[in-house]
Design a protein around this ligand. Structure first.
Ligand code: PEP
Ligand code: MG
Length: 315
């Protein structure tokens, strides 16, 4: 299948009837940026900026941040890159952000929440990102992690626009943000679904605990139904909604996500050929039918089986 994947995929995402789905890679370092482009990514749908500073014991200066971001952005000159502002806390503690000890870090002061008390930290990062975009010619968008309400989205959008960001988005990682998809999208230019966290919060199952992996299965119908709400809001407002969690790297699920109305998929670079090949095997209407079947299934295994059955029938 891998050999077939390499033969059939030509570096852009389309269904067999020509519906475009941008295929992007998740990156966190210059090496990953290179690997993404070598693998045929059209750009990056998630640059995890916290990966640049995992060892920093004090806040990197704006100049130092600008340099670190530019090193990742440079290979993407002329291509889109979505830069996510610091997503610290919970599974990604950053030594220079001494967040108080919390009984439930996944539900604590993490992601954008860190910035509410320290907006100057966010402003310095936004300034460094905008400067790095100018330095490199990458088509940069910025987005915030862990947004729960339309007000939070508006708060971030105002600061990002004031900093000069050309395009502003938020991640949808909480069920609250998915349920208010329309109001959230009204505040920004795009949204990107972080299925790793959205799965964990939908089933209330810590993503770090292996014994709870079945509840974190991205085929959980509850998760697919939340994604469908985002797909609808995206269509209604004509604003792009992507997926940048692990779900995007499952070749079958990738097509189902397109069927739910998702317009870009950002994944680990190694998954691009098999996802690109899978997407091109069926027209959008078949992916839509597979998506409807999967989302209305009673559990994750049934969702997978029913989607597969639709695709086999359609051959
Ligand atoms: C996600 O939550 O799906 C995501 C892409 O962000 P991270 O994995 O960095 O939390
Ligand atoms: Mg996340």
């Amino acid at each position: 299948a891998a050999a077939r994947a390499e033969n059939r995929w030509h570096g852009s995402g389309t269904t067999s009837d020509g519906h475009r789905v941008k295929l992007l890679a998740n990156v966190g370092s210059p090496a990953e940026a290179g690997a993404a482009l070598d693998a045929g990514a059209e750009g990056s749908g998630l640059f995890r900026t916290e990966f640049c500073f995992l060892d920093a014991t004090s806040e990197p200066t704006e100049a130092r941040q600008r340099e670190a971001y530019a090193a990742v952005l440079r290979p993407f000159a002329g291509k889109p890159v979505v830069v996510r502002t610091l997503d610290a806390g919970a599974d990604k503690p950053l030594p220079f952000l001494d967040v108080d000890a919390e009984p439930n870090p996944a539900l604590g002061v993490r992601g954008l929440r860190v910035a509410f008390d320290r907006p100057d930290l966010l402003d310095r990062q936004l300034a460094a990102i905008v400067a790095a975009a100018e330095d490199t010619g990458a088509e940069v968008s910025v987005m915030a992690p862990m947004v729960a309400t339309p007000d939070e989205a508006a708060w971030f959008a105002e600061r990002a626009r004031a900093a000069g960001a050309a395009r502003v988005g938020v991640m949808v990682e909480t069920p609250a943000a998915a349920l208010c998809a329309g109001e959230i999208l009204s505040e920004v230019d795009f949204a990107s679904i972080g299925t790793n966290d959205l799965a964990q919060y939908t089933c209330a199952a810590d993503r770090m605990i292996g014994a709870l992996a079945a509840l974190n299965d991205p085929w959980q119908p509850a998760l697919l139904r939340l994604i469908a709400m985002l797909g609808e809001a995206s269509g209604a407002q004509d604003k792009p909604v992507g997926v940048c969690g692990e779900a995007a790297s499952d070749p079958l699920l990738a097509g189902v996500l397109a069927g739910l109305g998702v317009s870009s998929l950002s994944m680990t670079a190694a998954a691009l050929p098999s996802v690109g090949t899978s997407l091109a095997e069926h027209p959008l209407k078949t992916w839509r039918r597979a998506a409807e079947e999967a989302a209305s299934a009673p559990d994750a295994d049934q969702a997978r089986l029913r989607a597969r059955a639709i695709l086999e029938d359609a051959e």
